[in-house]
Design a protein around this ligand. Sequence first.
Ligand SMILES: C[S@@+](CC[C@H](N)C(=O)[O-])C[C@H]1O[C@@H](n2cnc3c(N)ncnc32)[C@H](O)[C@@H]1O
Length: 197
Amino acid sequence: MRIDGVEVAVLDGVYPPSEDTFLLIDAIRGVRSGRALEVCCGTGAVGLVAAGGAGSILEIDADPRAVANARLNFERNGLGGRADFAVGDLFACVRGRFDLILMNPPYLPEGEGDAPDMAWSGGPRGRAVIDRFIDGMGGVLEGGGRAFFLQSSLNGEGETARRLARAGLEGRVVIRRGFQFEELAVIEAFHAGSQKD
Ligand SMILES: C[S@@+](CC[C@H](N)C(=O)[O-])C[C@H]1O[C@@H](n2cnc3c(N)ncnc32)[C@H](O)[C@@H]1O
């Protein structure tokens, strides 16, 4: 499929770009950065759009199939030279700091009897990955940097705001869209007091 001028192939077993992917892309279109990081990258669709305005980007996913898919897409779009790729859990293999961090996580609460899938399952309350992302983000985000991540109304925007505050971060919703059974929002987060507007 073609998204924002980049060609995105989807390999077997990898999360296909969906409404949440497109909402995050809408939120970050035109954002410029030096060193960017995308965790939970899937096909790399979001990172491909961000890479247009970034000096470099590191693409990470816990699923090796997703990382292979992102690498393929960056190479096919002539962006392989400014990207690095790693298989890993969130920030576990990250060194240094980034001025742009992106994440569309698995965020749906697991229902009884569902077979959990790493692509969408955020644990019993949908917060398993988001909470660890918030807790670790301060350590990898540059002083004046910004993170953009996806949040569903199914797993508590208020809880995200409280957790960000406990981590010394602030957040605000930059885009919101309603779907059949949930509302999705993209949260922009940054070190408390580091952004003027
Ligand atoms: C909802 S999909 C989003 C994929 C892509 N970013 C997009 O927007 O289309 C979530 C992705 O997170 C990955 N993932 C799940 N848990 C992870 C973790 N702990 N660390 C890194 N990636 C993870 C999954 O393999 C999947 O590719």
